[in-house]
Design a protein around this ligand. Structure first.
Ligand code: UT7
Length: 337
């Protein structure tokens, strides 16, 4: 009669490991300025970027993601066979299908895990982390790889004065595992699709196919950005989103050790910091200075830099917030493994 479907056991989750891949090719502001009318001084002042890294031509997002995941799995003291889920956030996978996550899982020699990509641009890492947290908390998976990876140099018009200086390449991954106590807070997330064209990849694939009918003739799809609009949205909305994240975590600014926002622009980071009135004890991520804006990869890359430099210590609480194309945003508080 009333037969019940078996439910899942609730438990908590934690970030158990972290790993990154930074491309070896360092690109100076001077090199960028060979293609656009700009200057090292302007780029530093307006974005905080001193240099960025582009992946070599023969290095794909799969290669970068695999390298980051190997480190994250080792950092979590797990074996590839322990991983049963892979969620990969990117906007620079060159194949419409299959998902990059399945290719990464295969290269890592995983045991047929659930594997899928998500597209939430610069909010992608925090979106993927929210999903992994839900899967592990619901006992739907045991150890989930969360990957943010981008090769934006493939999708940037190096002659576009509005974007050429900002975007870059890299990969970061964490493992999300079961925990007896909550080590990842509830996620606060959302989007405003009415501003879908504030950052957009153009032309779309169909326009590209119908070359003769469109202005797309000969154009490779690249990211176009209404920089000021996105800047104003981020500075206007993200402080409140951060307050909501802290509320959801039951924490106040003074409880936080690390603030790790998406590395969009150092001026945006500073504006959010100011609005939140963090105490001086809170350390802020500034990885953008040497990594550029790597969209979905920027939060794990910035976390790793802070750990490398001894700024982030095991047990610290980090407030993460991602924001960008969509316009989409997401964030949570995590404990550093
Ligand atoms: O990661 C996903 C989310 N993305 C973001 O969060 C990015 C958000 N936007 C931004 O970070 C900033 O809008 C940019 C860094 C992209 C641009 O900085 P801005 O301060 O908003 O520049 P602007 O477009 O307001 O232009 C200011 C001035 C203008 O000159 P005038 O009219 O004041 O004389 C521009 O012509 O800077 C000029 N300008 C440049 N000068 C040198 C614009 N682009 C450049 C350039 N080099 N590349």
């Amino acid at each position: 009669m009333n037969i019940q479907i078996k439910g899942r056991t609730h438990r908590y989750s934690k970030v158990s490991g972290l790993g990154v891949y930074r491309p070896t090719r360092i690109i100076s502001n001077e090199e960028i300025c060979q293609n656009i009318e700009s200057s090292d001084e302007w780029i530093r002042e307006r974005t905080g970027i001193i240099e960025r890294r582009f992946a070599e031509e023969n290095i794909s997002i799969i290669d970068m993601a695999v390298a980051a995941c190997e480190k994250a799995i080792a950092d979590a003291k797990l074996k590839p066979s322990d991983i049963d889920g892979v969620i990969l956030a990117t906007i620079s996978h060159a194949l419409q299908t299959p998902a990059a996550a399945t290719m990464v899982a295969d290269r890592l020699g995983l045991n047929n895990p659930a594997a899928s990509d998500i597209s939430a641009a610069c909010a992608g890492f925090s979106y993927a982390l929210a999903m992994a947290d839900a899967l592990v908390s619901n006992s739907q998976a045991n150890n989930v790889l969360v990957i943010g990876v981008e090769k934006l140099s493939d999708w940037t018009d190096m002659h576009d004065r509005g974007t050429a200086f900002i975007f870059a390449d890299g990969a970061g991954a964490v493992v999300v595992s079961p925990s007896d106590t909550p080590q990842i807070s509830p996620t606060v997330w959302g989007s405003d699709g009415s501003e879908f064209d504030a950052i957009i990849s153009e032309p779309n694939w169909l326009d590209l196919r119908n070359l003769e009918h469109t202005k797309a003739q000969g154009q490779w799809p690249v990211l176009r950005m209404q920089g000021q609009k996105v800047f104003r949205w981020a500075v206007g909305q993200m402080p409140d989103v951060c307050r909501q994240i802290l509320d959801a975590a039951g924490l106040s600014p003074k409880d936080i050790n690390l603030f790790v926002p998406h590395q969009a622009n150092l001026r945006i980071t500073k504006a959010i910091m100011k609005a939140l009135d963090f105490p001086e004890s809170v350390k802020v991520a500034t990885d953008i200075e040497t990594a550029g804006n790597t969209s979905a990869a920027s939060i794990p890359l910035a976390l790793d830099r802070m750990r490398e430099e001894g700024v982030a210590k095991s047990g610290d609480l980090a407030l993460l917030v991602g924001f960008g194309a969509g316009l989409a945003y997401a964030g949570q508080v995590i404990r550093i493994p």
